[in-house]
Design a protein around this ligand. Structure first.
Ligand code: RB5
Length: 152
């Protein structure tokens, strides 16, 4: 599996930790930056990861900013992206089972490294349940298409 990984400066430290977690899990990582603690704008890095997932080039992404809020807002602007802000294990599991989330977002200033590592492991290991949940995902897709066609 391949995962696109990105953060701003507030998520940089946790991104580096998660990169090692992914490597230990034998996951191919495409690191979209940032590469230091220097202040940057989260839409620049959220946009890179979300673009790769949106186009289908990479199946899943992980984004980290200070709270996870800004990255979530950016990611969910992209067609076909279902980004889930998960700072706990229950949401990580449910975001896969019920929402088929394809981008995991975490807050680097909210959670510690060990919890974040567990969240990533659970999120990657949990399959989508399909059935009634698929019908709801299809409705999200329909809303997206209607907005694109009618602009409202
Ligand atoms: C950066 O200070 C901070 O605003 C950003 O990381 C993020 O939390 C925004 O939602």
């Amino acid at each position: 599996m391949k995962v696109a990984l990105g953060s701003d400066h507030a998520g940089y430290g946790l991104k580096e930790v998660i990169k090692e977690v992914l490597k230990d899990l034998q996951v191919d990582v495409v690191d979209c930056g940032t590469d230091s603690l220097e202040s940057v704008d989260y839409p620049d890095f959220g946009g890179k990861v979300s673009g790769l997932v949106s186009s289908g080039e990479i199946e899943k992404g992980i984004l980290i900013c200070g709270t996870g809020l800004g990255m979530s807002m950016v990611a969910n602007k992209f067609p076909h992206v279902r980004a889930a802000l998960c700072n706990d294990l229950f949401c990580a599991k449910m975001s896969r089972m019920h929402n088929d989330a394809n981008i995991l977002v975490m807050g680097g200033r909210i959670i510690g490294r060990d919890l974040a590592a567990e969240i990533v492991k659970v999120w990657l290991a949990t399959p989508f349940e399909g059935s009634r949940h698929l019908q709801r995902i299809n409705k999200i897709q329909k809303i997206e298409e209607d907005i694109n066609i009618h602009g409202n």
